[in-house]
Design a protein around this ligand. Structure first.
Ligand code: ADP
Ligand code: MG
Length: 246
């Protein structure tokens, strides 16, 4: 018997004011898999994430997570089922410290007041330390989040996402605006995260996608143009045509 899928997008379409942004889209993710999604601007990558997370409802088609249909559920319900999303722009609490940001994100945290008064259980403290380590910000734990670099803020937000303990992470263009070193560190970070969680990452940066070393799905005009190893898909004439323009 074949393994059940973690995420299944089947024949999904969505139209905005007569424009078909997603057009018969199909995508399958196995449990534990990390997938990179590439494609030119306007291909529908962000809209695809909007549909998975319940922000946008598809006109037709189905989205299943662990076999459960998501298309009638709202965003908070889908998040509670175990799908976490990171948007392109970091949205950390700038006036709080890095540690406080992580604390506030913890799943099941009793109250924000407990966080700010530092009345935490040992377990909560341990989880925060672990997350700070994963996102490489242990040294900056007591610095104000607003003082972090753009790249560090992105990592902090990934840490805050992990604090929610999602089974599947959706990450939209995490390395935009990062230095080359930060970009490579982010690839390493996502690979680490992928040891215990599934990941769908949208990214333009091909050095980054190469460093991830995972299966790539190329989107174009709202549907899948190609799928496979990066070297395979980037050698396909129709992919080259879309990327080099006509
Ligand atoms: P990508 O993330 O691949 O660059 P998007 O998913 O953001 O592409 O957009 C796909 C297409 O859908 C674009 O042409 C965009 O203008 C359009 N689009 C996305 N969201 C909306 C919306 N809420 N209303 C109208 N058009 C939209
Ligand atoms: Mg986008």
């Amino acid at each position: 018997m074949s393994e059940p899928l973690l995420l299944e997008v089947r024949d999904v379409s969505v139209t905005f004011d007569g424009f078909r942004a997603i057009n018969g889209l199909n995508l399958s993710l196995r449990p534990g898999e990390m997938r990179a999604i590439v494609g030119p601007n306007g291909a529908g990558k962000t809209t695809m994430m909007d549909i998975i997370t319940g922000k946008t409802r598809p006109d037709t088609g189905i989205v299943r997570f662990r076999g459960q249909d998501l298309t009638r559920l709202d965003e908070p319900t889908i998040a509670r089922l175990g799908i976490g999303r990171k948007f392109q722009k970091p949205t950390v609490f700038e006036a709080l410290t890095v540690r406080e940001n992580i604390l506030l994100s913890l799943k099941g945290i009793r109250s924000p007041f407990a966080v700010l008064l530092a009345r935490l259980s040992g377990q909560e403290r341990d989880r925060v330390d672990e997350l700070l380590e994963i996102i490489r910000l242990t040294r900056f734990a007591d610095h104000q989040a607003g003082d972090m670099s753009h790249g560090q803020k992105q990592w902090l937000e990934i840490g805050m996402l992990l604090g929610q303990e999602p089974e599947l992470l959706l990450v939209d263009e995490p390395v935009a605006g990062m230095t080359d070193a930060e970009t490579m560190a982010t690839a390493e970070l996502l690979r680490e995260i992928n040891r215990t969680r599934s990941v769908v990452v949208v990214e333009h940066d091909m050095d980054f996608v190469r460093a991830l070393g995972v299966k790539v799905t190329v989107l174009h005009e709202g549907s899948v143009l190609a799928e496979g190893a990066l070297d395979e898909v980037s050698a396909e004439p129709r992919v080259i045509e879309v990327y080099l323009g006509r």
